[in-house]
Design a protein around this ligand. Structure first.
Ligand SMILES: [Fe+2]
Length: 330
């Protein structure tokens, strides 16, 4: 089990500017942003809601439109200009019910977040709300989904698993998104994705890269309610144990989570980021995102994790907690 040391940031004197994290020199810094649900359903027609989408629309009307706030999304953009990560990973759920206009709006927002070579996106279950052909809409985000060597994936719609290599870091994106029955938000990975995942993990592992796997649904059973689980998590765990990975990042929970997956070389950290746009005093949810400073030394890979939380008081994201850990060495 990697050593995890958590430190809460000291209280900041009134009026003092929020501190900016200082990643170790020479490290690669990855921001992990998730579950923004940043689109609006204003103007949605009755005809668009004649299926499971009506439930999603009611959820947006009753709650989501109030707790997922655009002012926090703007604060997030400002904060990322300050923390200046080398890359940003977005682990799904930018939309509410996966309507075409939501994909278009979220695509415009991604352009504000950063250029496609610095931002990697995977879909969440809210992108795959209904219909067998939901994934056709992903082409609106194609530059943010494409593998480095497959810039024309939008022609086939087969984006996943994606592979993007940035320095010594290999970002492997999966799509666990799939339409599910009303009141379910489950996900899964088909055999084709799992087989290609295994091959990518082997190839990038042999190249000595640090492998970061991105998946929307938490892959460790018990992290989330049964109705929101990853179906077939055992098959995913078998691939990770057999082929290795240094870090697994997910969303979907809307809360910060930390778990591990066992491999013969040691336990792989599995980290869930909360929603980066949600402030909900009833559930005590606070918008956050994570920064991971990844560094290689003589003993292998180390990870410094910094959590940035939104403050109602300042209207900005601020340093919250940090943790340090060693990553498994394969
Ligand atoms: Fe989700």
């Amino acid at each position: 089990m990697p050593e995890v040391k958590k430190e809460r940031a000291p209280a900041r004197p009134a009026g003092a500017p929020p501190p900016v994290p200082t990643p170790p020199t020479g490290s690669f810094t990855l921001a992990h942003v998730s579950d923004l649900h940043l689109t609006s359903l204003k103007g949605t027609t009755i005809a668009q809601l004649l299926n499971k989408r009506v439930l999603g629309y009611l959820s947006w009307w009753r709650k989501r439109r109030r707790v997922h706030r655009l002012d926090i999304v703007e604060a997030l953009l400002e904060d990322l200009k300050t923390t200046r990560p080398d890359h940003i990973a977005v682990t799904g759920d930018l939309t509410h019910i996966g309507l075409p206009n939501e994909f278009a709006d979220a695509g415009q927002w991604l352009a504000r977040l950063g250029p496609p070579d610095q931002v990697t996106v995977i879909p969440g279950n809210h992108e795959a709300y209904v219909g067998k052909k939901w994934s056709a809409q992903l082409s609106a985000w194609a530059p943010y989904l494409n593998s480095d060597d497959k810039p024309d994936s939008f022609r086939t719609g087969e984006f996943f698993p994606s592979l993007r290599i940035r320095g010594k870091v290999a970002l492997i994106g999966l799509s666990s998104a799939k339409p599910s029955l009303p009141f379910l938000a489950v996900g899964s990975l088909d055999e084709k994705q799992l087989n290609r995942l295994a091959s990518l993990l082997k190839k990038t592992g042999e190249a000595g890269l640090l492998r970061v796997v991105l998946i929307h649904h938490p892959p460790v059973p018990g992290t989330i309610k049964w109705r929101k689980r990853l179906i077939g998590s055992n098959a995913f765990a078998e691939v990770i144990a057999r082929c290795g990975a240094e870090l697994i990042l997910h969303g979907h929970t809307h809360t910060e989570t930390f778990s591990e997956m066992q491999t013969p070389a040691g336990n792989v950290p599995v980290i869930g980021a909360p929603s980066a746009s949600e402030m909900n005093p009833h559930s005590r949810r606070c918008a956050k995102y994570n920064l991971y400073a990844i560094e290689r030394d003589d003993d292998g890979w180390s990870l410094k994790m910094l959590i940035r939380s939104y403050s109602e008081e300042s209207g900005q994201f601020e340093k919250d907690q940090e943790a340090k850990m060693r990553l498994p060495q394969f």
